[in-house]
Design a protein around this ligand. Structure first.
Ligand code: SF4
Length: 356
């Protein structure tokens, strides 16, 4: 067995680091699997209440006909994936779905719209949706494509908590997946979202044909942002017929779990979300992902256009694992670091309720 690389931490850092190197990141990926899971568990337990999972429900509020060319996405107008375009959903319908998500136990409601960037008139309507969902007591999240600083501020004022905008992959690989917007465009949107005071949800996709180095570079970019994302969704590609990635090669499930574990170690405070692709994962693989530090899932029978495990199955799995659902606001305390935050809260004081 190789020696443990000397550049890796023996104990979880007291504060999140922003100075990771590619060598260190690749060394994490190269750890023996049990060592990596052990390290990820230690980091996870230093920063989060163990055995809990945050539930986000995702709703497509405007579907299809997107002018962008993201190779994985069935909503692109350039791919013949058979997604029927739908106009922006009326507010009462959005509220009905948000109430149902809340009743089912979700704490965050994510509204996704297939735009390059939202037009002013649409953003006004979406701002009203955000305010109304906020009033229900749910955390609000939106993913609407690129945002300018004033657009981000408008959403913040409407009551938006999180904005999702994924890096998808490394900057090097990015050009093979998307040509209609640049990596820098993505970073600019993330900066606008931060400046507006919104929480950032940003992650990527595994299984698009990227190399292990691309996965390391993507996590390196996220971990070295001036402020870490509060949510890091790690998606496994859903190979949708009609998209350019419909025939993408299988990913070794253990490599997928490694990506989650390395995200947990490098971005310790974030909720790492086991996101798209769960439909094709066994309960055992999802369990490994939880062991690797995933502590958030999309919850509900549909993602934007693709399937997701049903709610009853998710609840049964969490019950089998003895895991609980996190209540709203159970994120690490910003004023405390790592183990101190966890110790100060303790599982008994954590805002959690049973999964069943
Ligand atoms: S991922 Fe988003 S921006 Fe890209 S094609 Fe799909 S909806 Fe459009």
């Amino acid at each position: 067995m190789p020696d443990r690389p000397s550049s890796l931490p023996d104990t979880p850092a007291a504060d999140p680091r922003h100075d990771w190197t590619l060598e260190q990141t690749e060394a994490l990926f190269a750890l023996p699997f049990p060592d990596l899971i052990h390290l990820a568990q230690r980091v996870h337990r230093a920063w989060h209440v163990p055995n809990t999972v945050q539930l986000s429900t995702l709703l497509s509020i405007k579907t299809g006909a997107c002018p962008e060319d993201c190779a994985y996405c069935p909503q692109s107008v350039r791919h013949a994936a058979g997604v029927e375009a739908e106009e922006l959903m009326p507010l009462p319908q959005v509220l009905e779905r948000a109430r149902a998500a809340r009743a089912a136990g979700a704490t965050r409601f994510c509204m996704g719209a297939a735009y390059r960037s939202p037009k002013a008139r649409d953003l006004e309507r979406i701002s009203q949706m955000v305010s109304a969902v906020h009033e229900l007591g749910l955390e609000t999240c939106a993913t609407l494509g690129m945002l300018s600083p004033p657009q981000a501020r408008q959403l913040k004022q409407a009551g938006l908590d999180y904005y999702n905008h994924n890096l998808d992959s490394s900057e090097e690989f990015y050009g093979q997946i998307i040509s209609t917007r640049s990596y820098q465009d993505r970073l600019d949107t993330l900066a606008a979202v931060r400046e507006a005071g919104l929480h950032v949800c940003c992650g990527g996709i595994v299984g698009m044909g990227e190399t292990p180095r691309d996965r390391a570079l993507m996590l390196l970019t996220l971990a070295n942002l001036p402020q870490h994302p509060e949510s890091v969704p790690i998606n496994q590609l859903v190979r949708v017929p009609g998209t350019p990635l419909a025939e993408a090669a299988d990913v070794d499930p253990l490599d997928f779990v490694r990506t989650i574990a390395v995200a947990r170690v490098m971005i310790p405070r974030a909720h790492v979300r086991l996101s798209a692709g769960r439909s094709s994962m066994s309960d055992e693989l999802q369990t490994l992902a939880f062991l690797a530090g995933a502590n958030s899932i999309f919850y509900g029978e549909k993602l934007l256009t693709t399937g997701n495990p049903d709610v009853a199955h998710d609840r049964a799995l969490l019950a089998r694992l003895g895991m609980r659902c996190e209540e709203r606001g159970a994120a690490p305390d910003d004023s405390l670091g790592g183990a101190a935050a966890a110790a100060a809260r303790g599982p008994s004081q954590a805002a959690v309720h049973g999964a069943t």
